[in-house]
Design a protein around this ligand. Structure first.
Ligand code: ARG
Length: 546
């Protein structure tokens, strides 16, 4: 099913010699529903008067099955008003469509989304909150448009810190299996401090890293226990937040360990990796510093691991699009990784790689959100704060919506009081709008009315505006799938809820009668469907009662 805009555009293109009419929503209701300024552009090319061109288009176009007679305004704008019957059938089509008007990508790409990715033996912090919420939204939106999504949770489960952790555990004589995530994090801090202050301990910790890499049994066992206690903590958070990630999606740094030697060897053979002061580095055009793929001590790091991950995703997972969700400060890291992978031929031109960076979460003082002792705020404490003022599904909606509704690159202030309001541009407001549509349907059912009615009458301007807004759902979703900017879907849903509100105030539903009542119930049901589908894509529960 192609969207109304697509259908209109096609009709215009037939009389503009294929030139895209670039239809825009009308700036004022009295101008109709859409506006087209293609006449100005054609006039420039042809050296003719825009008004003449507009007149020719209006005379030649075959569009009266869709629109009221076209109107020419000002120097040559063409105003377009859809027929009410067309708006009505668009709404009915949306309800008949299993995808609710969301067009399915004709060339869906298998898409790897790398998100959440917390670090073992550390609690998830606000940065992971954002990555988790945003990545989950991408996952839901891309699935909705027909892409095959492969989630990858690139947890930090490898590295020199494990030498310190294991050594500290042995020294303190703790059973790592009995720790919880908070306990593991406390241990992490003690181990790091110990490492700094005690040379002898630092030596043991370094040897312990070697033992871990060599597969020493006891070391491996403790390392595994640390991962298990961490995963239990992460999974509890995912459950609490209704996040799609499961253990199946885990592909931590350690899984690439075996591949690192080959990554570096291949880079050397290709002449891309060169020696620099004992280390192996790759110079990338446009960057001040090279990428270090192997350190002087022979160790590999975050960069080499990400190169191995790309190879795996392209070669073994068959990725055609790879999306990384981390804070914006990692932009340079990913730009370099992508550049090196392209040069090495591991990331073919037809596979896209996108890093979606996001801004920081700020406290009410406008500074990065920190606890009183200056450490990063844990994700659970944020959830606790929101749940102190609202029930869990509402608190969660508040947090997710606040995170998704601003441009991702912007920092935002974590203001629980504002976020949980049921008025204004908030998640709970949208949940509330949805719950109101459910209440109408419940009341209609109680009266014994038929609920699966079609939209047939759209005489009131608020009804027309609502039907038009409904017809834009698919476009909003496709835009997010393409540009990965979730706030566009938030804005769309917020506007839809406002149109519903205006309609609800001006058009009695259950107090009207006959075809009008049926038609209004049909609109109400369509709004409920679209709000539920849209909220679902944001990872927000569409509550039936509030
Ligand atoms: N563990 C990293 C962090 O906490 C994020 C990893 C992101 N993904 C990746 N492939 N580098 O910052």
């Amino acid at each position: 099913m192609s969207s109304l805009v697509a259908q209109l555009s096609e009709r215009f293109a037939a009389v503009t010699g294929g030139v895209d009419p670039e239809l825009r929503p009308a700036t004022k209701p009295q101008f109709g529903h859409f506006q087209c300024n293609v006449a100005m552009r054609l006039a420039k090319q042809e050296g003719a008067k825009p008004r003449d061109i507009a007149q020719r288009i209006v005379a030649e176009i075959a569009i009266d099955d869709l629109c009221e007679p076209l109107e020419i305004a000002g120097p040559g704008f063409i105003n377009i008003r859809l027929k009410n019957s067309v708006l009505a059938s668009a709404t009915n089509d949306l309800m008949a469509d299993p995808h609710h008007g969301v067009p399915q990508d004709p060339n869906p790409r298998r898409t790897v989304i790398d998100y959440s990715s917390p670090n073992v033996a550390k609690q998830m912090h606000v940065g992971h909150l954002r990555s988790t919420i945003i990545g989950d939204c991408f996952s839901r939106v891309l699935s909705a448009t027909g892409s095959e999504v492969i989630r990858q949770n690139h947890i930090g489960d490898w590295g020199t810190q494990f030498g310190q952790l294991v050594e500290q555990i042995l020294e303190e004589g703790i059973d790592a299996a009995t720790l919880d995530l908070a306990g593991a994090e406390a241990l992490y801090k003690r181990a790091a401090a110990h490492f700094k202050s005690d040379e002898e301990f630092a030596d043991r910790a370094r040897r312990r890293v070697v033992a871990l890499q060599a597969g020493d049994e006891q070391t491996r066992m403790i390392w595994h226990q640390l991962i298990d206690v961490s995963l239990a903590g992460f999974n509890a958070t995912y459950d609490r937040m209704n996040i799609l990630l499961t253990d199946e999606d885990l592909a931590g740094e350690s899984t690439y360990n075996q591949a690192l030697v080959k990554v570096v060897e291949d880079l050397q053979v290709m002449g891309l990796a060169v020696e620099d002061d004992g280390a192996l580095v790759v110079w990338v055009g446009g960057f001040d510093a090279p990428m270090i793929v192997q350190k002087r001590d022979g160790g590999f790091g975050y960069d080499a691991t990400d190169l191995a991950a790309i190879r795996h995703r392209v070669d073994n997972l068959g990725a055609e699009r790879i999306v990384y969700v981390t804070d914006a400060r990692q932009a340079q890291h990913f730009a370099m990784v992508f550049a090196v992978a392209r040069q090495a031929g591991w990331l073919p031109e037809d596979v896209s790689a996108e890093h979606i960076g996001f801004g920081m979460v700020l406290g009410s003082d406008g500074k990065p959100f920190k606890t009183r002792d200056g450490s990063a705020v844990t994700l659970s404490s944020l959830l606790d704060a929101a749940e102190e003022i609202a029930a869990p599904p509402i608190a969660l909606a508040a947090i997710k919506y606040a995170d998704l509704s601003n441009g991702l690159n912007k920092d935002y202030v974590f203001d629980a009081e504002r976020m949980v309001q049921t008025t204004g541009d908030t998640g709970p407001y949208l949940q509330y709008a949805h719950a109101r549509t459910c209440a109408v349907m419940r009341e209609a059912a109680a009266k014994g009315l038929a609920l699966d009615t079609a939209v047939t009458v759209l005489d009131e301007p608020t009804e027309q505006a609502l039907a038009l807004a409904l017809s834009h759902f698919g476009e909003a979703v496709v835009e997010v799938a393409t540009t990965l900017q979730p706030h566009k879907l938030c804005t769309y849903l917020y506007e839809l809820a406002q149109h519903y509100s205006a309609f609800y105030q001006q058009c009695p539903i259950l107090k009207s009668e006959g075809a009008v009542r049926d038609s209004r119930l049909g609109l109400c049901r369509a709004v409920r469907t679209v709000l539920a589908a849209g909220l679902g894509m944001l990872g927000i529960e569409a509550l039936e009662r509030m």
